[in-house]
Design a protein around this ligand. Structure first.
Ligand SMILES: Nc1ncnc2c1ncn2[C@@H]1O[C@H](COP(=O)(O)OP(=O)(O)O)[C@@H](O)[C@H]1O
Ligand SMILES: [Mg+2]
Length: 245
């Protein structure tokens, strides 16, 4: 994959098999191509910039209409974005079912924060119609809300691109656990680009596979435990560098 026809390829010879409903953690140095891999999934950049094929559910994404593709693949970027407006608007507007939304907000630990929002529409009593004041919410809360928005769309694939990189550890655990819980309940595939090796290790318990990217290639792929034990392996080296501080 390249970003423009006249630019060099940023992903080369990437061959990954990600079973439906599984979790894959993607690690690698800055510039190794992690975000590009996520971009390739939603067909950004456009035609002519990719070679080879990328199959989702056995179907080449090139043949899937973009709007449909992006409905089924939710991408959660590093910077949480919230809309100026009500919680409901942030959760998909009219498509947002109150009972689903509240159940999810409770599981994310956001229900109280939403209940305490100032009233937007006279007589509405805050809640889902409360106006979101981004200043009053922490970055972690905003990322949880962004996750709620993504999850309520019931994507088949959830991609977290360093979505927790700027959060404190408690919020980070909360977002990752929420993504995992959702994935288990909805049989959703989760691909998470993680900045800290420790996270890939911690989630090994979930049978998560780890892929190490290096200069646009997949250097290694396998269960974290197995890769850690590989003498001189790419992941083992990352773990060592990490524990050396
Ligand atoms: N929008 C873009 N246009 C052109 N080149 C890009 C763009 N985004 C990333 N790149 C290049 O692609 C390579 C991989 O970057 P990226 O996928 O962002 O890596 P990572 O997410 O692992 O840090 C880098 O050389 C980067 O400069
Ligand atoms: Mg990136």
């Amino acid at each position: 994959m390249r970003y423009r026809m006249d630019l060099p390829a940023v992903l080369r010879g990437v061959n990954l098999d990600i079973p439906a409903g599984s979790r894959l953690a993607v690690v690698g140095r800055t510039g190794s191509g992690k975000s590009s891999l996520a971009a390739a999934l939603i067909r950004y950049p456009g035609p002519g910039c990719t070679a080879g094929s990328l199959l989702v559910g056995g179907r080449d994404v090139k043949t899937v209409p973009l709007a449909r593709l992006r409905r089924h693949i939710a991408l959660l970027p590093q910077e949480p974005w919230v809309l100026r407006g009500s919680v409901r608007e942030n959760l998909g507007g009219d498509a947002c079912v109150d009972s689903d939304a509240w159940a999810l907000l409770r599981s994310l630990g956001l229900a109280d924060a939403v209940r305490n929002l100032p009233v937007e529409i006279a007589g509405s009593g805050g809640g889902l119609d409360g106006k979101l004041s981004t200043a009053a919410w922490s970055r972690g809360q905003r990322q949880l809300l962004a996750l709620a928005r993504a999850v309520l769309r019931r994507p088949a694939i959830l991609v977290l691109d360093e979505a927790t990189a700027s959060l404190d550890e408690a919020s980070e655990q909360r977002v990752l656990a929420a993504a995992d819980n959702h994935a288990t309940a909805a049989h959703c595939t989760v691909i998470s680009v993680v900045h800290r090796v420790a996270i890939a290790l911690a989630h090994d318990a979930h049978d998560r596979q780890v892929a190490v990217l290096d200069a646009g290639r997949v250097a290694e792929v396998g269960p974290a435990r197995e890769l850690t034990a590989r003498d001189g392996g790419a992941f083992a080296r990352l773990v060592q560098a990490h524990s050396a501080g």
